[in-house]
Design a protein. Structure first.
Length: 255
């Protein structure tokens, strides 16, 4: 395991102690990379360079680089922490296709609003559900968290809405809105990532348009430089590893 030097810390505190297996602590998103991503090939259908017949007049694209080689895509899958479903969630549909959600454990998993104030995502039931959080969370001063649907996970049978929380001041469990996809029935298993928690530093920003030849030449030069490698230029020259680890469990939990 890679050791981090002076890492920032996000803490999660259960809503009640001695929870045993009733609650599931959030985990680094990197521990839950989906199997469909792991199975992707690096170059079109292959992982080996010997199948490539690149034409370098289109730069790195000549290596038929596939999504598996896109570091920004991978970073989205592994950023921050996942809040995990804490029990099997059974979804049943009545004769009219209206869903009923149930679970066997004693911990509250979901709630629902009596009205719909949000635009309903495509192919979802017009029912405003909410994930019930059972963990407090806290970041260092000046840091907030983005809570959002697991990034690039369209295969999940629900869609979680997004929000930003000043978690250094107000890290309370929140009603995290979601919509259930039409046509799905069955079990959403315990441990399924239901939303992603990504810490970030609060800063003030302003937009500047730089429409000069100097700026254009600078960026064109960077774009042309990628032709110096068959593939992997971004990973080798620009990408920086982001680490989201776990300090360990403190306090009496299962004792």
């Amino acid at each position: 395991m890679e050791i981090m030097e002076n890492p920032l810390r996000i803490s999660f505190t259960p809503a009640f102690l001695d929870y045993g297996d009733q609650l599931t602590p959030p985990e680094p998103a990197v521990k839950h990379v989906p199997e469909w991503y792991k199975s992707l090939a690096k170059h079109d259908k292959w992982n080996d360079d010997k199948h490539l017949h690149p034409v370098n007049n289109i730069g790195g694209d000549g290596a038929r680089v596939a999504t598996k080689m896109c570091m920004p895509f991978m970073d989205s899958l592994t950023a921050g922490y996942y809040y995990l479903l804490e029990d099997d969630l059974l979804v049943e549909l009545d004769e009219d296709g209206r869903p009923t959600l149930s679970w066997s454990g004693g911990v509250m998993l979901i709630d629902k609003r009596p009205t719909i104030e949000l635009p309903v995502p495509d192919n979802c039931h017009p029912i405003h559900y909410g994930w019930r959080m059972n963990w407090f969370y806290e970041t260092p001063p000046g840091y907030s968290v983005l809570i959002t649907h697991p990034l690039n996970r369209p295969e999940l049978p629900f869609y979680t809405m997004s929000g930003i929380v000043e978690s250094d001041i107000w890290g309370l469990p929140v009603f995290t809105a979601f919509f259930l996809k039409r046509g799905f029935q069955g079990i959403i298993p315990k441990g399924t990532p239901i939303f992603q928690i990504i810490p970030f530093k609060r800063d003030n920003w302003e937009l500047e348009v730089k429409a000069t030849q100097e700026e254009l030449d600078k960026h064109d030069f960077k774009a042309e430089n990628r032709r110096s490698m068959l593939y992997g230029y971004y990973k080798k020259t620009a990408w920086r590893k982001k680490l989201f680890g776990v300090l360990g469990v403190k306090g009496n939990i299962d004792e």
